[in-house]
Design a protein around this ligand. Sequence first.
Ligand SMILES: [Zn+2]
Length: 101
Amino acid sequence: MTHGSARVARQQVTLREQREVLMAVAVAECCGRDPVAWLSSHVFMCPNGHAYFVGECGCPTQAGSCYECGAQVGGSGHLLGAGNSLARELVARVQAEAGVR
Ligand SMILES: [Zn+2]
């Protein structure tokens, strides 16, 4: 019982937590520009759907490993690795919520 409810609660707050993390990083990284706009060009998804950030220009110049699943993320020569993409849906949800305030 305790295990089950803890897991359900965790899933229910994940999106909210994710949004708070995204916004915190965006505010820190956007150098005084619009953090929501920053998100739309700097947040990507690993092949398994985990969000990660690409700093500086937003171009993937370095390959790395997803901290959630270890899949290859980023890329080289400003090209994304296979299976990686911009996290458009996630950013759209964050933008929608940010627009409400
Ligand atoms: Zn992953």
